[in-house]
Design a protein around this ligand. Sequence first.
Ligand code: HEM
Ligand code: HEM
Length: 456
Amino acid sequence: MDRMEESLQNNNPTAKAFTLTSAAWFALATSFGMIAAGYLIAPDFMANIEFIHFGRARPMHVNAVLFGFVTPGLLAAAFYFIPRLLRTELYSHKLGVFNAIFWNITVLSGMIGISFGYTQGREYAELPWPVDIMVVISFTLVVINLLLTVRNRVEPILYVSIWYGMAAVILTACTYCIGNVIWKPDTGALVGIPDAILLWFYGHNIFGLLLTPLALAAAYYVLPIETRSPLYSHTLSLIGFWSLIVVYTHIGTHHLLQVPVPTWLKTISIVDSIAMVIPVMVVLINLWLTVKGKLGAIHASIPAKFIFTGTIFYFFVNIQGSMMALPVVQRITHFNNWVVGHAHIGVFGFAGVTALGALYFILPRITNKPLYSKFLADLQYWLVLIGITGFAIVLTIVGLIQGNAWYNGETLYRTLPEIQPYYVLRASLGAFIMIGAYLGLYNIIRTLYFNRGAST
Ligand code: HEM
Ligand code: HEM
C-alpha cells in the first residue's frame, strides 16, 4: 500500500462519502415524499408543474429513499465495520470514493430521467436503461472493493455481519439485472405474467436481499458494542442468515396473489411468507437476548436507540407481512394504503432507522471527533419515531377504510372525502420526518467538515 493510500485509510473517506450521500438524499427524498403527499391532499395544487406531478414525484421519492438514502447509509457502515471485523484495511479508498461519486451521479441521473418522463414504468424498476447500467456498475464496484478486502483479511473467522453485508451486495448486483430485464434496453420488461413474476422476484428482493441483510449486518455489529455485551449466540446468527437466504428468495409472488400466476408459485410464496417468521425471530431473539438487561445503555446511546427501535419495527413488519400474504387477509389489504403503511414500516421504520443509527455510530469513529450535536441527533430520533409511528397508524386506518369499502362494493370516489383528513395527517407527520432529515443533514455536515470539538 503506498503512503497516500495508507493515510486515506486512517480517516475512512469512503465511509464519509457514503455517509454524506445518505444524509443528503434522505433530505431530498423526504422532500419528494412531501410533494407526493401534497398531491394526494390537493391534486390541483401544483397541477401544471409536470416535472414533479404525482406520477413522477412518487417514483423519485421511492428510488431516492431506496438507492439514495437507505442503501448508501448502510453501505457507509459496512465500509467501516467490514475491514475492522477482518482486521485489515479496505482494499482501496480511492475506488471507494470514486464509487460514492459515481453512485451520486447515478441516483441524480435517475431523478432527472424520471422527472423528464423517462421511465420504464415498472414499480421499483422505474429507472431508465442507461441508469440501470450505472446502478449495476455502482454495485459491482462495491462488490469488488469488499471482496478484495475479504481476500486480504487477517481474521479467519467471518462474523455474521460480513455474511449479511457481502450477500446483500453480491445478490443485488445479480437480481437487479434480472428484475430490470437488463438485456432488453428498449422496454426493460418481458411480456405479461412472466414479467410480473420476474419484477416481483426482484422487487421483494430489494427489501429482503438488500435492505434487510445490510440493516441486520449493522445491527449485529453496533448493538453488542454499544451495550458492551457479547453476542448471545453465533450459531443462531448463522441459522438466521441461511434461513433468510433460503426463504426470502421465494416470496416475491405474494405481491401477485390476485393475478393469474400459476397456483403452485402462489402457494410457495404464501408458505415461505409464513416461514419468514423463522429468519426474523431467530435474529430478533438473538439480538434481544444479547441486549437483555441493557435498556439503560440503549437509552443512553444514540446509535443503539435508533437500531433497537429498528428491531422493533422489524418485528412488526414481519408479523404484518406474514399476515398480508394470507389470501383471506389480502382480499382487504391489497391495492390500498395498508400496503403503503407496511412499506414505510419496513423500508423506513426498520431499514432506514437502522441506517440512521449506523451513521451515528460510525461518525465519531471516522472523524475522530464527537458528534457535532447529540441534542440534534436525539431530536431527530424523536421526530422520526413520532413520524413513522404516526404513518403506520394513519396509513393502516386508511387502508382498512379503502379495503372494506371496495370489498363491500362501494364506488371509489365515495371513499375519498372520508380519507382526506387522514391524508392531511400523513402529510403533517411527514413534515416531522422531513424536518428530522434536514436537521440530520446539518448535524452530519457539521460533524464531518466543520467540527471544532476536541479530537477523541
Ligand atoms: C419479513 C417478512 C415480510 C413479509 C412476509 C412481507 C410480506 C409482504 C406482502 C405479502 C406484501 C404485498 C402486499 C400486497 O400487495 O397486498 C408486501 C409488500 C411490501 N413489503 Fe413486505 N413483508 C415482509 C417484510 C418486509 C420488509 C423487511 C420490508 C422492507 C425492508 C418490506 C417492504 C415491503 C414493501 C415496500 C412492500 C410494498 C410493495 C408494493 O409497492 O406493492 N417488507 N410485503
Ligand atoms: C416526509 C416523509 C415522507 C412522506 C410525506 C412520504 C410520502 C409518501 C407517499 C405520498 C408515497 C406514495 C404512496 C401512494 O402511492 O399512495 C410514498 C411511498 C413510499 N415511501 Fe414514502 N414518504 C416519506 C418518507 C419515506 C421514507 C423516509 C421512506 C423510506 C426510508 C419511504 C419509503 C416509501 C416507499 C418504499 C414507498 C412505496 C410504497 C408502496 O408502493 O407501497 N418514505 N411515500
